[in-house]
Design a protein around this ligand. Structure first.
Ligand SMILES: O=P(O)(O)OC[C@H]1O[C@H](O[C@H]2O[C@H](CO)[C@@H](O)[C@H](O)[C@H]2O)[C@H](O)[C@@H](O)[C@@H]1O
Length: 357
């Protein structure tokens, strides 16, 4: 896939001593035949699955209007994690004299969560908002989806893309001869055959579970149970757990009504953000303010990195109170769009004040 117009040359970013210290190369080891999963493990997983992507509680009053409790609960949570819209001026005060670098998750952030992952399209208005914001700030999409797939949804060549939860990063660069070179960084490249094997095996094993969908995200296999009857969730757990046992070099993480099998390497969306900041020459926290917007558990890795580095802001997209390392919140993708538009308006006003064209 060409992430930019033209005919890019793709080079693979080598493992430097520094990188191999964080991302050790691992040998693929295949374990013996899967065994029956312990009931306690299954129950633990199912409990976690129930909490994943909870629907907004509706404690309706006698007149069927949402009860004050729910709003109260949300408002008291927002006292800890305030709206990035109402706190916009405060955020911009911290951005004064610094360059903003924007990181955007895709599902649940730029597109609404829908039952069919293949239909999670982004609205034209959202695409326009992202396109506009990218004119002023370096903008990257950091998604759990494969890089190709998320590009198919976003379709904007001016962005940077990190797919498979940051395990597939493309950093375009215009060289001195004006020729575009795409640098590819894939810290889990040796896992590719294993991931293909796992994908095929899960397609086969889960085909009898109604509503179950297995998605190939290149360096990650996602098993969706959003449309699976809760009575069958134990089957989903059994099959995924069997894979985890058969492939000890892989790990399972939870997302919004999805179990994800991915390489057991010390790499996540947080590391991907650091890598991108570094590659784009934006690592200096004195001069750069990274803002990361995301809705899912895997985005917490990026929020944690920003918090730990004491630079920039994590913004959690959620309409329900959640434990988070983000500093601010936005309720849903429409608020994300409003925030992006505020950023553009702020930048335009700033340019006018500075007498720029
Ligand atoms: O990191 P993201 O860009 O947020 O991707 C995370 C996963 O998102 C997708 O699944 C989620 O959205 C689907 C469409 O709305 C929904 O049906 C599903 O229940 C959600 O988990 C995507 O399909 C996964 O592959 C991504 O890993």
């Amino acid at each position: 896939m060409d992430v930019k117009k033209g005919c890019p040359v793709v080079t693979e970013i080598p493992y430097t001593a520094e990188l191999s210290a964080i991302v050790p190369r691992r040998k693929m080891v295949k374990s013996p035949v899967p065994t029956k999963v312990d009931d306690a493990i299954v129950n633990g997983w199912i409990e976690a699955m129930r909490c994943s992507s909870p629907p907004r509680k509706k404690k309706n009053g006698p007149d069927h209007s949402p009860s004050i409790d729910v709003d109260c609960e949300f408002r008291s949570w927002q006292a800890k994690c305030p709206s990035a819209l109402t706190s916009f001026d405060k955020i911009m005060m911290h951005a004064e004299g610094r360059k903003i670098a924007l990181f955007l998750d895709y599902d649940g952030t730029l597109s609404h969560i829908v039952d069919d992952p293949d239909k999670a399209v982004m609205t034209k208005k959202m695409r326009a908002a992202v396109k506009d914001v990218a004119k002023f700030f370096p903008t990257a999409i950091v998604s759990g989806r494969s890089r190709d797939k998320v590009f198919e949804f976003v379709k904007l060549t001016e962005l940077y893309y990190a797919g498979s939860h940051g395990m597939d990063i493309m950093v375009p660069e215009i060289g001195s001869t004006n020729k575009k070179v795409d640098h590819l960084f894939q810290p889990a490249s040796e896992f590719l055959p294993m991931m293909d094997e796992v994908f095929r095996s899960l397609i086969e094993s889960t085909k009898g579970i109604e509503g179950c969908k297995v998605e190939n995200n290149k360096f990650c296999v996602s098993v969706h149970y959003r449309n699976v009857d809760e009575k069958d969730w134990n089957l989903v757990v059994q099959y995924v757990n069997n894979v985890a046992k058969a492939y000890p070099k892989l790990r399972v993480t939870h997302g919004r009504k999805v179990l994800e099998i991915r390489p057991l390497i010390d790499w996540d969306k947080g590391k991907a953000v650091e890598f991108l900041l570094n590659s784009l020459g934006l690592i200096n926290s004195e001069t750069v303010l990274p803002i990361y917007i995301g809705d899912d558990r895997t985005d917490e890795d990026a929020f944690k990195v920003l918090k730990k580095r004491n630079c920039g802001y994590g913004i959690l997209v959620s309409s329900v109170p959640k434990e988070t390392d983000a500093v601010f919140s936005l309720k849903d993708p429409s608020e994300v769009m409003a925030f992006l538009r505020l950023l553009v308006r702020y930048k335009k006003r700033q340019s006018l004040n500075n007498g720029e064209n």
